[in-house]
Design a protein around this ligand. Structure first.
Ligand SMILES: Cc1cc2nc3c(=O)[nH]c(=O)nc-3n(C[C@H](O)[C@H](O)[C@H](O)COP(=O)(O)OP(=O)(O)OC[C@H]3O[C@@H](n4cnc5c(N)ncnc54)[C@H](O)[C@@H]3O)c2cc1C
Length: 441
């Protein structure tokens, strides 16, 4: 083989989180010899993973067995409930083949319309261990086809032909020039940074307040959509529908993430008001116990807030009104934010997917959803490459497939802010197309 040319049939995946595993399985299924590289020696992230239908469908498509194992450790998310008389029926899903007509009348809440609703949740590290074991079993079954390397970090070196060579740092090993390198290193991917791929960040005008409280709310994720008047006494605050989330970890000692939407009108609130808002929201999520129990709970939540349970004080630093709030220990408030790679590919053989290509909404991440879309695009890329088309064209088609999926996601988001206006939606899509450099809405 000519020096610097890719070795057909060889693929490398860097990062063995939920999206990397899915990518590795996709590549194996398509007949590649796959090497996966994961820098961590063990899985230790006791955070929640919301499993969306898109991701679950992808896992099932890849392996019924893995899907069943995942379902066995995942807990269903409680039925969404809404205070008041309006029932919130199944959230419409405008995506791809599951495209549905938007509901008439009162819209469903913001969060649910931004992405596919999560169906189940699981502790991330438990899911990762399960994925890892599954891959190891696959390695044993097809031992010449799958190699798992834990510990080393991958380094990419450009070749004269526009491909990238893979070296393993720490082991000084040269893996050659694979036909395909998939970077699935999560939102803080050093490789993506080193490649100089350009990302764009855009924010929706939505604000959330979140904290981890040591009070366990129970094993399930709960969500309530309510009218803000239930949470504030100030008669000047415009009524608005807000979403409240709680994610218990299942283990009663681990406490709960509480995420509350904050209407813009409340951003200038005094820290004490903010605290009151948080407390009321948390109690509502817990089913608002009454009497002495509520008092005790309130005191407990307040106590943990004052100890400094804070998710993202930094992120809210330059939001109006939040400076004051951030002096208090609890008010981690952040804007609804998304980040996408403008160029999801580098060279002729490197692509990026999952959170590495687009970080979701922080604690309300849609990373896995994006991962699912990216995986469909990865399938397109593999087919193209295996058809022996020109790599440059394959990558262009891959980028197009990614862009289309992202535009769809973005379109959903903006629809929320210009609910009844076709023009608004169009504006948004144009903006998205602009962000991605080219392409049409
Ligand atoms: C604090 C926090 C809270 C979150 N809360 C939620 C939540 O409540 N619900 C939800 O659905 N999602 C949540 N998320 C998001 C969710 O964790 C991600 O969407 C998901 O893990 C993305 O999967 P991924 O495979 O793309 O990346 P990751 O899960 O980040 O996996 C990347 C993998 O790559 C490895 N890696 C990184 N760099 C290298 C390298 N150079 N070489 C080799 N390996 C490397 C990492 O060790 C890691 O194993 C949260 C994330 C964070 C950080």
């Amino acid at each position: 083989m000519e020096e610097g040319r890719p070795e057909a049939g060889q693929a490398v995946v860097s990062g063995l989180g939920p999206n990397g595993v899915a990518a590795a399985l996709e590549l194996l299924k398509r007949g590649y010899r796959v090497t996966v590289v994961e820098k961590r020696s063990k899985y230790t992230r006791p955070i929640h993973l919301h499993l969306r239908s898109t991701y679950l469908q992808d896992i099932r498509r890849l392996s019924e067995e893995l899907f069943q194992r995942l379902m066995a450790i995942a807990t269903p998310i409680e039925e969404n409930s809404r205070t008041g008389s309006q029932a919130c029926d199944p959230v419409p899903n405008y995506l791809q083949d599951r495209r549905a007509t938007p509901r008439e009348g009162e819209p469903c809440p913001v969060w649910s319309r931004l992405s596919t609703p999560p169906e189940r949740h699981v502790r991330l590290d438990n899911a990762e261990r399960l994925f890892y074991e599954f891959l190891q079993e696959k390695a044993a079954e097809h031992d010449s086809k799958l190699t798992i390397r834990r510990g080393p970090v991958l380094q990419l070196q450009p070749t004269p032909h526009g491909y990238y060579r893979v070296l393993l740092q720490g082991e000084s090993e040269d893996l050659g020039v694979p036909a395909l390198v998939v970077i699935a290193e999560g939102g803080k991917s050093v490789t993506v940074r080193d490649l100089g791929l350009e990302s764009v960040r855009f924010s929706y005008p939505k604000y959330f307040m979140s904290a981890h409280v040591t009070v366990p709310f129970g094993p399930r994720t709960r969500r309530i959509d309510t009218d803000v008047r239930e949470l504030v006494d100030d008669p000047g605050v415009t009524p608005a529908e807000v979403s409240l989330w709680a994610s218990g970890h299942g283990d009663s000692n681990e406490g709960t993430w509480v995420v509350l939407e904050v209407p813009e009108a409340l951003l200038h609130q005094h820290p004490d008001q903010a605290e009151e808002y948080f407390l009321k929201g948390a109690l509502l999520l817990m089913g608002a116990p009454v009497g002495a129990a509520a008092k005790e709970l309130r005191a407990k939540i307040k106590e943990t807030l004052h100890k400094g349970a804070l998710l993202s004080r930094k992120r809210g630093a330059n939001l109006p009104g939040m400076e004051a709030a951030s002096k208090k220990t609890f008010a981690g408030t952040f804007k609804f934010e998304q980040q996408c790679l403008r160029f999801p590919a580098a060279g002729k053989n490197v692509v990026v997917l999952g959170d590495a290509a687009g970080m979701g909404h922080h604690a309300l991440s849609s990373g896995l959803e994006m991962g699912a879309y990216d995986l469909v695009a990865l399938g397109v890329l593999c087919e193209e490459l295996q058809r022996a088309s020109e790599p440059k064209e394959c990558i262009a088609r891959y980028a197009e497939a990614v862009r289309n999926s992202r535009l769809r996601l973005l379109g959903l988001g903006m629809n929320e802010y210009y609910p009844d206006s076709a023009a608004g939606r169009l504006r948004m899509l144009h903006r998205a197309a602009e962000l991605f450099g080219e392409g049409e809405s």
